[in-house]
Design a protein around this ligand. Sequence first.
Ligand code: NOJ
Length: 741
Amino acid sequence: MENSKLKKLLDDMSLEEKIGQMVQLSGEFFNNDDNVVTGPRKKLGISKKQVFLAGSVLNVVGAKKTHQLQEEYLKHSPHKIPLLFMSDIIYGLKTVYPIPLGMGATWNPSLIEKAYQNTAAEAYASGNQVSFAPMVDLVHDARWGRVLESTGEDPYLNSLFAASMVKGFQKDLGKNRGIASCIKHFAAYGAVESGREYNSVDMSERRLKQEYLPSYKAAVDAGVEMVMASFNTLNGIPATGNKWLLKNILREEWGFNGILISDYAAINELVAHGFAESQQQAAKLAVEATVDIDMQSSAYVNELKSLIENGLLNVEKINDAVWRVLLLKNKLGLFEDPYRGANEKIEEKSLLTPKKRQLAREVADKAIVLLKNKDDLLPLNKHSSVALIGPYADEHELLGLWAVHGDRKESVTINQAFSEVIESKHLSVAKGTNILDDRTMLKGFGLSDESIDKMLLTDTQKETEHEKAISAAKKSDVVVMAVGEHTLESGEAGSRTDITLPYQQKQLIHDIANLGKKIVLVLISGRPLVLTDVINDVDAVIEAWFPGTEGGHAIADVVFGDVNPSGRLSMTFPYNVGQEPIYYNELSTGRSVKTSKHSSRFMSRYIDAPVTPLFPFGYGLSYHRAIYSNLNVNKNKFSSDESIKATVDIENNSYYSGIETVQLYIQDMFASVVQPEKNLKAFQQIYLSAHEKRRVTFTINVEMLKFYNTNLDYIAEPGDFKLYIGKNSQDVLETNFTLLG
Ligand code: NOJ
């Protein structure tokens, strides 16, 4: 539709209709049965008429369902303005990829862009038009369950992934393909205090700008259509009502013109925050902060009209918000075809195709991080006899909490995949124990006694399973133990204070280790786990994350050597939970253990644990062995209009070929604001053939040396810098250079 017609439409709409466009409700509201009338509709205090004026709907997927709902909706809409379908399609719809923390470990944004393109194709065919993804929050604290949804702790890496995910979703959006992306949660949600879900955030503006905002900005620069405000307060002001953050920074400074949506019920929660004294004030504050859509609260739907009629809110603010909503609907072509991609036949052909599964397998292969491989135990010989033991041995639950539309049954279990590789006579499988055996915790997740009973082995079954596991281990050459967190232990509202493996699984590992068998630990988790208490019991460790639909295949690929693992951690694995938050790019202190001359007690350290993590950022092993040498710069002094070339030689000292991620870090040695000990500034993934030697070249320019000074200017200061190149943030070669004034 031409903009002039769209403008006319806006002018013709009644105030109620306009307010409707600013409201989003979940799918159940649109059902007509009594349960809805007395349940959710009553709870929110809204009428059927108001429901059918709501401009968008949350989490309805499927061509048939979306088609039916749109058809019904349009019968009620006075100006036939189509409903916009938005969903949480976080890391796949039906073909589910590894969790974003796993995607981060691929260090391969262009591969991930393809994954999101495929996800957009599935979503499109299922009648969805917007996804509430990617989550681009930077994370430092593994206690927070939502680290699962993040690509990790580094601003540079996160920014690359943010842009690639947005581009993947939105490819050819205007050409009737792709879906709109909504990044979240703006801003700094990943810094919630003590890793506790929905908690507050307090940080300097400088830190916010330097570390936390770049990934959102990268997404905005990549053309993201929508932004979701976060639940948290930022320096005392809830993001949802934070005019400075949403209006001044996001819209005015960054030029974001798209739709801003609240998180679920967050406008109403401004009252619970103690920021607004009534729902009416909450609605006013959110509109003034330019939040266009109220997700699932009654604030806008019930308060905006009286605010305007009483002269407390300027109607132009409503017009601006509605205009942004109409613009997106128009861009998506909904006025011409309100059903857009929703087509049952195309949907059937588009979901979970072999090609899409193939890409999911490739991503899962590349997301796997090999953390330990003592005496090169891995890869296993396909003729060895293997005991596959553990609650994840034959478990379909490999998708993780936020794959809400995925079908567990479609995921390939580890056992299924192993059975494709080794003969059945060489494979014995035993569950050994429950994934989670803590009834109190399970009840806390809202599960009934009955459903918990169904999930858990009885005491007798446990004994039998344990015996089966022990005897399987005894008769095998090697034991692969598939263990990990329960799906409910990570993701939204999955904060934990103990981030080790569940107790009964650790027991099982110790029991098997006591048999003296070689053990390969395969970890399924939504976060970096503390592995200190099991690491010495096992010979090899594979972090597989929640690996998605093709998870079993990917694990088998790595275990049996069809794939040489190349994943590198994008988030630090702590030594113990007391170190959290722990991350590689922390600021230099006056008493660092590396440089301080004080006696050891009076240094920046713990007296009961190491100061270093178990596995640092950037870490990961491969079957090939890369040796780094000869780090050189072509000049060690340069001025801001010049650049430096840094080279390093890398030799593959093995007969495996593989992908090597060469990482470049910079440290500003002396600055007017203390800078991190290291900052990732560039990396290259190279393919090394067996015994190949390659020289890798990086260009260093002044942009890579910039930081926010005390005036919040983004500048580079002349002076000395350290340059590090290596295979992870700790294992590096180093040299120096100087930026001239
Ligand atoms: C709350 C979550 O914080 C957000 O990430 C999600 O998109 C919404 N709920 C909608 O489900």
